[in-house]
Design a protein around this ligand. Sequence first.
Ligand code: SAH
Ligand code: SF4
Ligand code: F3S
Length: 451
Amino acid sequence: MKKLFIKTYGCQMNFYDSDHMSNLLNGHGYETSENIKEADLVILNTCHIRDKAAEKMYSDLGRIKKIYENNNLIKPIIAVAGCVAQAEGKEITKRSPWVDLVVGPQAYTELPKLLKKINEDSKKKEINLKFPEIPKFDHLNFDKKIGKVSDFVTIQEGCDKFCSFCVVPFTRGPEYSRSRKSILDEIKIMAQNGVKEIILLGQNVNAWRDNTNESKAYTLGHLIEDIAKIDEILSIRYTTSHPLDMDLELIKAHKNIDKLMPYLHLPIQSGSDNILKKMNRRHTAREYLKIIELVRKYCEDIAISSDFIVGHPGETNEDHKKTLDIINEVQFASSYSFMYSERPGTKSSEFGEIVDENIKKIRLHQIQSKLNHYQLAFNKNMEGLEFPILITDKNKNNQLLGRSPYNQTVYIDEENLPFKKHHEKLIGSMLDVKIIKSNQNSLLGSFTKNA
Ligand code: SAH
Ligand code: SF4
Ligand code: F3S
């Protein structure tokens, strides 16, 4: 078997794709290796969302080149996949002639064919950025994928929303919902392979719908209901949702389906209507708050998280204050926040009214202090509570790991385990855990029942 080394950047959808690339290539003579020095094929599965993400790939390419040169090793085949591949295409092989193969996120099922061509003529560059008519999901092989306890399933790809700052509609293509059958088939096989928690993925996961069933709308809420019927699946999560696609069916699912965890990641980006308009988000801050109110009506304890961008072109101090206000109002359980990064080809890159980098930094700091404050308070509220936790991992410090229903990482120390040895046997079990301590980014728990 030849060796494949794969590095993944960016969002969870890229991690899902990387797993499927490894799985696909396993059937074509490659086994995955953690050691880059022995690799015959290196794949960088890249992200284009912010400038830093793309630059990281180029600096990694430079570092990888040096590893082979400094150790007098034979150069492996170097492939760039993912969103930088889609966005920059041929430019990558111009800037880094060392790269042999560029393949977009919808075209990676062609990898075996592309590799065959390169093996026949090593001087040739292969580039495939197509959006195939038969979607990639119809080519994937689910049987061989090794199950983790908690694993991702992409159900929706692409985006038609065209927020002015964002590259995703260009890199992932138009909005596409995978068929209900294909999703459920994959999840059933995952369940047989030991997966206990399913995390449904999509750039706009709640825009997912079953397009084959025209008589009755079958949306994400219905899909979750069907997944919950699979006995082996104990926990269901989904991400990322868009406010415009939040429907009552999904909100009700949080009340009616026990296996659906009480956590909603619903990015707002800014609290200012002026900026939301410039961003082409197509909703106001008030409309967002109305959704949160409704969600909390059906699921009182739900944890809400969001994404924020500071320093979008035209953002004034007033606009920034409104973002701080909305954070105070919603009191998010956790969030991601970023400085605006200008992306080629996007509307925002043509706006002018650029916000000074130092101002961006100050605003990011202010937002993050506030977000951290609410996150710490949310975590503190967990102390003394008990809930079932799916044990997914064990770390180097001999702690067992899982996620709370509210998506916080929970560590369980060895001294708090029911027995000292072989506690990795507990991985995959759903166990009652009491929270004994909270931190900024995690919780510490102890088992309440003998496992
Ligand atoms: N579809 C999701 C988000 C996908 S991208 C949604 O609509 O919310 C993930 C996050 O990256 C975004 O929510 C946004 O906060 C951030 N992001 C996207 N483009 C960015 C840019 N040009 N600069 C800074 N952050 C950006
Ligand atoms: Fe990007 Fe907007 Fe689409 Fe989200 S909804 S992926 S931010 S264009
Ligand atoms: Fe990045 Fe592409 Fe995901 S740009 S965030 S890897 S969809």
